[in-house]
Design a protein around this ligand. Structure first.
Ligand SMILES: [Fe+2]
Length: 208
């Protein structure tokens, strides 16, 4: 399914279609071209990665309260946009609206009751490299900037563990992990027209 179809199925239609700004096309004084996005930089795995989570379109399987969030993007092999990569596994995890993880632990998903596991899961990139998922906007915890965790794995490529951030978050410059994130991991979110937000984060992963 391509992005347009996905958005249409979500009922977002033209509102969303007009807002598909790349994570590298920033507004205001941050203006970079997609070509400036080299290999996506690594970031900390953090203490809350749980292996073996499910393939889900909506990570919010427990219907937790929060601001609906749609994330889209593409996975590319190498720098630039010449080689979209299908079949990449994009594992995602993030905090809830109050900054808590479910579970607040690591290990394997089999260690936890299914009701304790949410705001986690994976999607696979389509043949054109595109992916998308729904969730809720992560809350804040500790001194961290607002963020989403990703682990990207694909045949013939090195595993990438990284995080994305939220443009305009004043914590970005204070957080040791995010302060040098660079434009390509600071996502511009726009209103989806119905109370939610949507943003695009592309990944460029290295061949092994
Ligand atoms: Fe985190």
């Amino acid at each position: 399914m391509n992005r347009k179809k996905f958005l249409q199925q979500l009922g977002l239609g033209l509102v969303a279609g007009s807002s598909l700004a790349s994570s590298c096309e920033k507004e205001g004084d941050i203006t970079t071209d997609q070509e400036d996005c080299k290999l996506t930089a690594r970031d900390d795995l953090g203490p809350f990665f749980v292996a073996g989570t499910a393939n889900v379109v909506n990570l919010n399987t427990q219907n937790l309260p929060g601001t609906p969030m749609l994330m889209m993007g593409k996975v590319y092999s190498g720098e630039g946009n010449a080689k979209p990569l299908g079949g990449a596994k994009i594992e995602v995890w993030h905090a809830d609206d109050n900054g808590a993880y479910h579970p607040e632990g690591a290990g394997d998903v089999s260690q936890y009751p299914s009701s304790a596991v949410t705001l986690r899961g994976f999607v696979l990139s389509e043949a054109d490299g595109s992916f998308s998922f729904k969730s809720i906007r992560p809350g804040l915890y500790g001194s961290r900037a607002r963020h989403v965790h990703f682990k990207i794995t694909a045949e013939g490529h090195q595993e990438l563990v990284t995080q994305s951030y939220f443009l305009g978050d004043p914590r970005i410059s204070q957080d040791d992990l995010s302060k040098n994130a660079g434009d390509c991991r600071i996502v511009t979110y726009s209103d989806d027209g119905s109370g939610g937000i949507m943003g695009t984060m592309d990944f460029h992963i290295k061949t092994s």
